[in-house]
Design a protein around this ligand. Structure first.
Ligand code: DGI
Ligand code: FE
Ligand code: FE
Ligand code: FE
Length: 187
């Protein structure tokens, strides 16, 4: 799958604003890859497709989670989490991407997980700090990303967890696992 074909597929799935976000994630992921390494072609494809399923109706996502044997536990957590694993599943089927490294970049871009690969960290972080993001706390993560990839992913996780706690929301276990793993690695 080449870049232009991938972008064309994604453009059809997303409203303009989300497509612009995607372009920001692609640009940021490639910049992070220049600094931290990784397979730029794979990183680019994962970034392009990361939000592929973002605008699927909840009912369709729910059906895919059940039919495709994605973790059932997702259904007991916030619907915001669903588009990542559902996206990985659809990208495999609809774009014919079989590469598990790319698919895992899509699958774990929202929650993170323990032992994230370089590609997964780059996509996760690029999604958080792309130029269109302007929520409180994004600038310190951008700064941290200039010095340490693990440090920046950890700070993003800490802020997301704090945000979820402040709303009395549940926290998906993979997010906690990602946090605990990077706490050890950043010591
Ligand atoms: O799809 P995007 O908007 O580009 O970003 P995303 O896929 O990273 O979605 C992040 C949202 O998911 C964020 O607003 C917080 C929400 N969320 C809900 N429950 C959890 C969660 N995020 C994480 N990491 N873990 C959760 O348990
Ligand atoms: Fe997303
Ligand atoms: Fe994210
Ligand atoms: Fe995104």
């Amino acid at each position: 799958m080449d870049r232009d074909k991938a972008l064309e597929m994604v453009r059809k799935q997303l409203p303009e604003k989300r497509y612009v976000h995607t372009l920001g994630v692609v640009e940021t992921a490639l910049r992070l890859s220049e600094k931290y390494g990784g397979d730029a072609k794979k990183i680019e494809l994962a970034a392009i497709f990361h939000d592929y399923a973002k605008y699927l109706p909840d009912e369709e996502m729910r059906e895919i989670i059940v039919k495709e044997n994605l973790p059932r536990r997702l259904l007991r957590f916030h619907r915001e989490l669903w588009h990542a694993p559902v996206g990985a599943c659809l990208v495999k089927k609809e774009a014919g991407i079989e590469d598990e490294e790319i698919l895992n970049g899509i699958r774990y871009h929202t929650t993170g997980r323990a032992n994230m690969t370089l590609l997964e960290k780059i996509v996760f972080l690029a999604d958080y700090i792309e130029p269109g993001r302007n929520f409180p706390g994004v600038d310190p993560v951008r700064k941290r990303a200039e010095e340490s990839l693990d440090g920046a992913v950890l700070l993003a996780l800490e802020q997301t967890i704090s945000f979820l706690l402040s709303k009395h929301s549940k926290i998906y276990p993979d997010t906690i696992d990602a946090y605990n793993d990077l706490i050890d690695k950043c010591k």
